[in-house]
Design a protein around this ligand. Structure first.
Ligand SMILES: Cc1cc2nc3c(=O)[nH]c(=O)nc-3n(C[C@H](O)[C@H](O)[C@H](O)COP(=O)(O)OP(=O)(O)OC[C@H]3O[C@@H](n4cnc5c(N)ncnc54)[C@H](O)[C@@H]3O)c2cc1C
Length: 396
């Protein structure tokens, strides 16, 4: 592993920064910490597509650039530094594309991949995995997909579906072998589901921050043609385990609230030390330095994971370790920022109550905080992976 970026990588980072600066100056978006991928902007995704920055690591034959995961990490680090609105293409670029390249049919690859890379109209994906009784234990999904001629009839309920209300397609996990004697790990399959098909109902869930970001999705006898089955029937669980590494390996899990961290550093830098009790100032100094140590450690973990992906190794344990560390760092940023600001830090933006000492988005970011360590696999589940696959320990 090299602990420096090549000249080409540094140049790429500058290109991305220049583009984002241009977009910010033009008012294409503003810098806000909140949800993982922020608002959906097809226009922004289209501009990224013009640059060739969607499907950056994909082979050229599917419209990609064949670049490395370290390059992609650089791109994502810069995008998340300013919370660019990447929601339209993010899931498809991060997970759907790599999964289709690994398990999809040639028809599926040709039909979906170039459209994703071009950020075409109608190609926004959501992930239909979790259910009311299946989150950490995805193999327990109860949604059924039953064969009917050349189609499957899908019925069930999904939950926590981020962006389901905007999505055109859902990446679905459903049970295809209904024999109770067959182990649940061997009875699920993956499908691409048309979110506009008859029988699909999307209902909003408003989170504790007052934002509609995820949904419940009800599937009532939705007909899915067999050509939308991804990979082999009943091998969906095995496939999905390979895909979640892509979800866990990204630097977005370190930088969901980066603007808050950056504003906090700025705030402390401008504190009048003489106006504070010496002990309190020493604590603030120590806490902020501790966060910086953690941020730089998390950043190295992310780039190391990307480098491992480029080497073609199995990154399951490393991706789990990285996400576990990084998302807990994000929560610490919110906690420490609130402790530094004191009670006024709990006043949100807007209205006449905005306090003189203020870190924009801190309250929103704090309310989003609990979700950081849940989405994409909870810390406990990630630690189980590190224990079993990384350290070779037996199952608990
Ligand atoms: C903001 C947000 C966005 C999301 N977006 C999506 C999405 O787009 N699509 C989607 O499909 N899902 C999505 N999810 C769901 C997410 O993947 C699940 O919340 C997560 O996998 C945990 O599942 P659960 O909520 O059912 O909790 P449970 O699995 O019920 O877990 C509850 C608690 O028990 C612990 N626990 C469970 N099993 C074990 C074990 N074996 N060992 C130790 N501890 C354990 C967990 O760590 C957790 O603390 C999203 C969640 C959030 C918060």
């Amino acid at each position: 592993m090299r602990f420096y970026f090549t000249e080409q990588q540094e140049k790429f980072r500058c290109q991305v920064r220049d583009f984002l600066e241009e977009q910010l100056q033009a008012g294409a978006f503003s810098v806000h910490s909140a949800s993982l991928v922020g608002p959906v902007s097809r226009e922004f995704s289209r501009k990224m597509a013009e640059k060739g920055w969607i499907g950056l690591t994909w082979p050229q034959k599917y419209g990609g650039q064949g670049r490395t995961y370290v390059d992609k990490m650089i791109l994502n680090e810069e995008l998340f530094r300013v919370q660019a609105p990447v929601g339209y293409h993010f899931s498809a670029d991060r997970q759907v594309g790599p999964a289709l390249m690994k398990f999809g049919s040639e028809w599926q690859r040709e039909h979906f991949l170039p459209r994703i890379v071009r950020a075409e109209e109608g190609i926004d994906f959501c992930l239909l995995f979790s259910e009311p009784n299946a989150g950490s234990d995805l193999a327990s999904v109860a949604t059924r997909a039953e064969r009917d001629g050349d189609s499957y009839i899908v019925s069930g309920q999904k939950v926590w579906t981020s962006g389901g209300h905007d999505a055109d397609y859902g990446w679905l996990l459903a049970k295809t072998n209904l024999d109770p004697e067959v182990r649940s790990h061997l009875s699920c399959s993956e499908f691409i589901l048309d979110m506009h098909a008859p029988g699909v109902t999307v209902r909003p869930l408003v989170n504790i921050a007052g934002v509609h970001s995820f949904n419940e999705v009800f599937l009532d006898d939705v007909r899915v043609h067999e050509r939308y089955l991804v990979g082999r029937e009943n091998e969906g669980f095995k496939q999905i385990m390979a895909q979640v590494d892509y979800e866990r390996a990204g630097i977005e899990r370190l930088m969901q609230n980066y603007p808050v961290f950056s504003r906090l550093k700025d705030h402390v830098l401008h504190l009048d030390k003489t106006a504070l009790d010496a002990g309190r100032y020493a604590w603030i100094r120590d806490a902020l330095a501790g966060l910086e140590v953690d941020f730089q450690t998390g950043r190295l973990l992310c780039y190391y994971t990307a480098w491992l992906v480029d080497q073609g190794g199995n990154v399951s344990s490393q991706a789990a370790l990285t996400k576990s560390f990084c998302t807990q760092f994000e929560q610490r940023v919110n906690d420490i920022a609130l402790q530094i600001l004191g009670p006024v830090g709990q006043i949100g933006q807007g209205g006449p109550w905005r306090p003189p000492v203020f870190i924009e988005d801190l309250v929103e970011s704090y309310l989003w905080g609990p979700s950081y360590t849940l989405q994409g696999g909870s810390v406990e589940i990630l630690k189980n992976i590190v224990a079993q696959r990384g350290l070779g320990l037996p199952r608990a």
